[in-house]
Design a binder for this molecule. Structure first.
Ligand SMILES: C[S@@+](CC[C@H](N)C(=O)[O-])C[C@H]1O[C@@H](n2cnc3c(N)ncnc32)[C@H](O)[C@@H]1O
Length: 389
């Protein structure tokens, strides 16, 4: 979508066509297109139908806001989801940020959340279409804020309480964290981290890339790690933090909650820490929180003797140990009539789907097994998830 097509979409005529496109969303796309083409140009119809489609896709990230917002496909892909942006904005608010500049605001995911938190926001982006979309999004949600086309590396951000950046990243090659190719570039990010600032980065950021005095906060939303945020200057309140967002709200853990924990024998309960906790290197904090220990020095499973409900880990009751060797495991599962199997694994080179096929399960029962290393030995535990609620 170019700037002209987007500009037209915001006119009365464009809004009317988009509303009609929305009404036809349940129709076969070809029929919808033919219907709309009676009164509009092909490019206009395409723009309207694209927005309808993007709004539907965006509801997973933006909830009910999505129905009033505008997107580009890449802008939506790169945008911060509402619960994560709202958490960031709440932190900025708690710090007392009155003004914020978003140095690469995209379609405005973070900008919107900060404006909604009552912070006076300014957004800039190199891409004129995204600037227009971000501006339209603030207006559509009745939020104040200024947006303009500019190069983040050339603007003076000193007058703002906080500078925020969410650099565009080339898709990660494999699991290597690669700062080359970031825009704005990594040296610019490093310069921002010498002031009161927040920079969103990929969750794979190695701990040794985080400058001294900067807090790294890993954030998960409903069990999926979404980002790491680097908090600099007076915004840094810990070295490492894991924040988990779930149905029960938000919970956060730092190195101050981590007295350390020992490796111990497997107890009656097993805990699988949230990915944000693992990335933040706070598995031992979870172990301490459930009065337990680690199953192995290098493995992110926690074990204990008591049942705890924790926002930071999924809990399981350990029912029994099963044979780790495949042939004996198959026999053990057969004798228990287990036909449906959830396989969890950590620290062992097993491909669950392939193993499940090879086990040729038969039976009416359902079960969960955990394959891991305990004291260096491959181990299989039959477990039962603890109730969530
Ligand atoms: C990951 S997106 C930001 C997404 C945004 N936080 C959101 O939630 O919608 C990064 C943005 O930075 C912009 N950008 C990249 N380099 C820039 C630069 N030097 N100056 C300004 N904007 C830049 C890109 O155009 C892109 O829109």
């Amino acid at each position: 979508m170019d700037l002209d097509a987007f500009g037209w979409l915001l006119t009365d005529e464009g809004q009317e066509l988009q509303a009609r496109a929305g009404d036809l969303a349940d129709l076969d796309p070809l029929r919808a297109q033919t219907e709309l083409r009676r009164t509009a140009e092909p490019a206009q119809v395409a723009a309207a139908l694209t927005q309808v489609d993007l709004r539907a896709r965006a509801s997973a990230k933006f909830g009910t806001d999505a129905a009033r917002m505008y997107f580009t496909p890449d802008g939506l892909e790169q945008a911060t989801r509402r619960p994560v942006a709202t958490h960031r904005a709440a932190r900025l608010n708690a710090f007392g940020a009155g003004t914020l500049i978003d140095l690469g605001c995209g379609i405005g995911g973070d900008l919107i959340a900060a404006a909604r938190a009552g912070i006076t926001v300014a957004g800039i982006d190199l891409d004129p279409v995204r600037v227009a979309v971000a501006e339209a999004n603030l207006a559509a949600l009745n939020l104040p804020g200024a947006v303009q086309v500019a190069d983040a590396t050339a603007v003076d951000h000193t007058g703002f309480d906080v500078a925020f950046a969410d650099p565009a990243r080339r898709s990660a090659r494999g699991r290597v964290f690669d700062v080359d190719g970031w825009t704005p570039p990594w040296p610019f990010v490093e310069s921002l981290l010498r002031r009161d600032a927040c920079v969103k980065v990929a969750p794979g950021i190695p701990h040794d890339l985080v400058p001294a005095g900067v807090e790294a906060e890993w954030v998960s939303d409903h069990g999926e790690v979404k980002e790491a945020a680097l908090w600099a200057g007076r915004l840094a309140t810990a070295a490492r933090r894991a924040t988990v967002i779930g149905d029960g709200g938000l919970a956060t853990l730092t190195e101050d909650d981590d007295p350390g924990a020992q490796v111990r024998t497997v107890g009656e309960f097993l805990y699988e820490p949230d990915g944000a906790v693992i990335r933040a290197g706070l598995v031992t904090a979870v172990a301490a929180g459930v009065g337990g220990g680690l199953v192995d020095e290098h493995i992110a499973y926690v074990t204990g003797d008591a049942a705890f409900r924790s926002p930071f880990a999924r809990g399981y009751r350990v029912l029994e140990e099963l044979p780790y060797r495949e042939k004996q495991l198959r026999a053990a599962l057969r004798s228990r009539h287990i036909g449906r199997l959830t396989i969890k694994k950590r620290g062992v080179s097993v491909v669950p789907d392939q193993l499940r096929k090879r086990l040729s399960l038969v039976g009416t029962e359902e079960a969960t097994i955990v394959l891991t290393r305990v004291a260096g030995e491959g181990t299989c535990l039959l477990v039962e998830p603890l109730p969530l609620g």
